[in-house]
Design a protein around this ligand. Structure first.
Ligand SMILES: [Zn+2]
Length: 75
């Protein structure tokens, strides 16, 4: 009987170690990384030709200015 309890205790301790020791800080790191990426990706920039706001990651950066699409790029 006590052996069973010891095994259950061991499992609970292992779960506690996993939850408290590695999962939580890992989650924190992932969250901040995702937040950084989201922040960078959701920044809106104005197309310097047609003044349309586009998401920075989808905008085209050309000669120091942002453009919404290839049609707006200076030729
Ligand atoms: Zn444009």
């Amino acid at each position: 009987m006590w052996l069973k309890l010891l095994i259950i205790g061991g499992i609970l301790y292992a779960l506690y170690r996993v939850a408290g020791g590695s999962v939580l800080p890992g989650k924190k790191e992932n969250r901040s990384k995702e937040a950084e990426e989201a922040e960078e990706g959701e920044t809106l920039v104005e197309c310097s030709k047609c003044s349309t706001y586009v998401v920075k990651k989808e905008a085209i950066f050309y000669r120091g200015k942002y453009y919404c699409s290839r049609e707006c790029l200076p030729k």
